[in-house]
Design a protein around this ligand. Structure first.
Ligand code: AHG
Ligand code: MN
Ligand code: MN
Length: 340
């Protein structure tokens, strides 16, 4: 009997009629992360009552000040994955090195790489934040794992997703068979399918970028944004809107629901740094999601998911969203620096 009620996450993952068969191991692994996110959502939702606002007084390996909630979210995810038979190793924005899971439960087949709390500058202002995750096959048993085993290109991802802790908590997921969004019912604790088969339209009239950094961008990125801003009186012939949340999860959810292009490009103020966002736990999972929704994700010169990583915390430029706009940026980059 069908009730017409929205489908829960676990059933969605295990029922072949809704998704390609991914196996119960991967489905349960994803459910571990969903379970952790319920706790994080609860803490985020309590705001300053949870006592989690403000700095933790420490820095991560990238020299960024850690917020209390960055660390607590990391701990919640570690707890949920360490005491589960599905995982063999974990890496995170908030941990210098990967950790192998060596406990009595067993050695699972998956690696998880995550940004426990994305957009953490939004915590104290009651803005949207989130968790981003990428699931990769584990090439070895936990006993033999090193950081190098996590350095897999985005094309290796078995699943990727993010949880957006906004007015409602939403989980966006791909297992390589389209993109689906689930809303957390805070009454029952269940994630229910509320936005099946998300598609990012090829065209858009909305962009998301930190405009205050314009003077540091390369010429083709400046030109692309300048032409958007010129609107109907410029070469594009129509007006754009700008929206920027300062939290990649919120900006990417917006473009998955509507349309849009999000850019965090290379900047000349720190020329040796490829960009701000991290490849393994920000750019790759978001690229997998957006490509699965029909969009594109590029550095300007290369498909992000084709990058061979050489460091757990490496960064890359991110130009992601509506396909025709991403391709326009790539054309401008190619014109500025033709391949030899
Ligand atoms: P995190 O909080 O995990 O360090 O990530 C913040 C990222 C991303 O969420 C956002 O898009 C970007 O930083 C915002 O950077 P600016 O404040 O430089 O615009
Ligand atoms: Mn982040
Ligand atoms: Mn983070």
């Amino acid at each position: 009997m069908t009730t017409g009620a929205p489908i829960g996450l676990k059933r969605f993952l295990l029922d072949d009629s809704h998704t390609q068969s991914i196996g119960s191991g991967l489905a349960s692994a994803i459910d571990d992360l969903a379970q952790a996110s319920r706790k994080i959502a609860h803490l985020v939702g309590r705001g300053s009552l949870a006592g989690m606002h403000g700095s933790a007084g420490s820095e991560n390996i990238q020299g960024e000040t850690q917020k209390k909630l960055d660390i607590v979210s990391n701990d919640v995810l570690l707890e949920a994955t360490t005491w589960s038979e599905h995982w063999s190793g974990l890496a995170s924005e908030e941990m210098d090195n990967a950790v192998a899971i060596r406990n009595t439960i067993g050695q699972g087949g998956w690696l998880c790489v995550f940004d426990p709390l994305d957009g953490s500058s939004n915590i104290d202002i009651n803005g949207s934040v989130g968790t981003i995750f990428s699931i990769l096959p584990s090439p070895k048993k936990a006993d033999e794992l090193t950081d190098a085993d996590f350095l897999q290109p985005g094309t290796n991802q078995a699943a990727a997703g993010f949880m957006l802790y906004g007015p409602a908590t939403v989980l966006v997921l791909t297992t390589g068979d389209g993109v689906n969004a689930f809303t957390l019912d805070t009454g029952t604790g269940e994630y229910l399918l509320t936005a099946p088969d998300l598609i990012v339209p090829g065209d858009t009239r909305e962009f998301a970028v930190n405009m205050s950094n314009r003077r540091y961008w390369s010429a083709p990125i400046q030109r692309y944004i300048d032409e958007c801003i010129a609107g109907r009186s410029g070469p594009r012939g129509f007006d754009f809107s700008m929206r920027y949340a300062g939290s990649m999860v919120a900006d990417l959810y917006r473009l998955l629901i509507n349309s849009g292009i999000f850019l965090y490009p290379w900047e000349s103020r720190d020329p040796d740094r490829a960009g701000k966002l991290r490849l393994l736990y920000e750019a790759n999972p978001m690229s997998f999601i957006v490509e699965q929704a029909g969009g594109a994700a590029s550095t300007g010169t290369q498909r992000i998911m084709d990058i061979q990583p050489n460091n757990l915390h490496q960064r890359c430029p991110v130009i992601i969203g509506s396909k025709n706009e991403v391709e326009r940026v790539e054309r401008l980059c190619a014109e500025a620096e033709p391949a030899s």
